[in-house]
Ligand binder design. Structure first.
Ligand SMILES: Nc1ncnc2c1ncn2[C@@H]1O[C@H](COP(=O)(O)OP(=O)(O)O)[C@@H](O)[C@H]1O
Ligand SMILES: N[C@@H](CCC(=O)OP(=O)(O)O)C(=O)O
Length: 377
């Protein structure tokens, strides 16, 4: 079998799938929700559900639906207006899905998540157990960002990232991202009519970031966040398909292994659940610059990070915060939960661990970041 056939077969064998439907597709040119299109996707999702595929839906559209209900023609810029529009629109969005799933006697549930819910380990585990229970009860969960309570600093913003983190959370086999283009092209087809579709590739291939641009007027992250989402999803071993939601029977055809859209597959073995959770954190409070020996220790031997290998400390972080580890060229090579505050870290950098008590008067731990709390990117 060819490599592409093997990759497509991975999708055909998927038992648990996260489907993300983007704003660019859900709205009728900004005039509220495209209810006929939603009905069509629900037909397809219900068919998968009937075949025993576990489906979780991540749907955008709250802000767009709220704008239409409020009679706003332009997306507001102010955060409080976006929050209000999302609050008004989310009920309509979920109502629409619920009504259509009811045609098939499929029950639905609404899950609204924030970045905080996934970065706090306890809440992350709670969200996971609630979603798992819903799946076990054959309820289709409809997930969106809880736009009403997030601020710019702590929002996912786009739902591609949220879709990938939900795929990680549930160890889904596949993430299907439906959008308004046929897939990832080698240039933005909106600007370049000669752009060619990329059929398959490794999720971690750095070339995809170079060709993926931003979104249209209705969507948020464009292709850039979809490519990033594929890389995130790959951390738990999920394949990602990016395809047009307007293709007839797109879900069934993808799941049958048809060569449709772009398929980005995981390159490496999946990370453990804890490392994935670490890697999915968006809020990084500071940076540690490492010498070449420490970089090699982390990347090749999976070692902990000791103060002796650190040459510079930046940022205001506290013990337990997430920090990035940079190599001497300033590239992020790892991330982890640090054992010392920024001030303490600055005082012990470059010294051997046995000398920590002499400098600080005590020793919290011999390493700055223990390998269990460290993820190499
Ligand atoms: N290389 C690319 N290939 C395909 N689409 C691209 C590319 N770069 C940018 N885009 C744009 O990304 C848009 C889809 O992203 P977005 O508007 O955020 O939609 P959604 O709401 O579905 O997430 C497309 O309309 C397209 O113009
Ligand atoms: N949470 C927002 C959706 C954000 C958004 O548009 O994301 P995307 O569909 O990835 O472009 C909403 O429901 O309006």
């Amino acid at each position: 079998m060819s490599e592409q056939a093997v990759t497509r077969a991975a999708l055909a064998q998927a038992r648990r799938v996260v489907v993300k439907i983007g704003s660019a597709l859900l709205t009728n040119d900004g005039r509220g929700l495209d209810e006929a299109a939603i009905a069509g996707w629900v037909d397809q999702l219900a068919a998968l559900h009937r075949q025993g595929v576990e489906v979780v839906l991540v749907s955008s559209g709250a802000v767009a639906a709220g704008m239409a209900r409020l009679g706003w023609t332009r997306r507001p810029g102010a955060l409080h207006e976006l929050q209000a529009a999302a609050a008004v629109g989310q009920t309509g969005l979920v109502q629409c899905y619920e009504q259509h799933f009811a045609r098939f006697d499929v029950r639905t549930a609404q899950i609204l998540l924030t970045h905080d819910d996934l970065s706090n380990r306890k809440r992350y585990l709670n969200a996971r157990s609630a979603l798992r229970s819903l799946i076990a009860m054959q309820v289709v969960a409809i997930v969106n960002e809880n736009d009403t309570v997030v601020t710019d600093e702590i929002r996912f913003g786009d739902n591609d990232t949220l879709g990938a983190l939900v795929a990680n959370l549930l160890e889904a086999d596949a993430l299907i991202i439906l959008t308004d283009q046929e897939g990832l092209f080698d240039a933005d087809p909106r600007h370049d009519p000669g752009a060619r579709l990329i059929h398959e590739g490794d999720a971690g291939d750095p070339r995809w970031e170079q060709v993926a641009g931003d979104g249209g007027a209705l969507g948020r992250g464009g292709m850039a966040t979809k490519v990033r989402a594929a890389r995130l999803a790959a951390r738990s071993g999920a394949v990602t398909a990016i395809a047009s939601g307007r293709q007839p029977e797109v879900m069934a055809r993808l799941m049958a292994g048809e060569r449709l859209g772009t398929l980005l597959h995981p390159e490496h073995a999946p990370m453990t659940a804890r490392k994935r959770w670490l890697a999915g954190q968006l809020q990084v409070r500071g940076t540690l610059t490492l010498d070449a020996g420490a970089v090699a220790g982390l990347c090749r031997r999976g070692s902990s990070l000791l103060p002796v290998g650190v040459t510079r400390v930046a940022g205001q972080f506290r013990r337990g915060d997430m920090v990035s580890c940079l190599d001497e060229q300033g590239r992020v090579i790892a991330r982890g939960l640090v054992n010392y505050d920024a001030g303490e870290a600055a005082r012990i950098l470059g010294i051997a661990s046995h000398a920590i008590p002499e400098v600080l008067g005590y020793m919290e731990a011999p390493e700055l970041i223990h390998r269990d709390n460290l993820v190499v990117l």
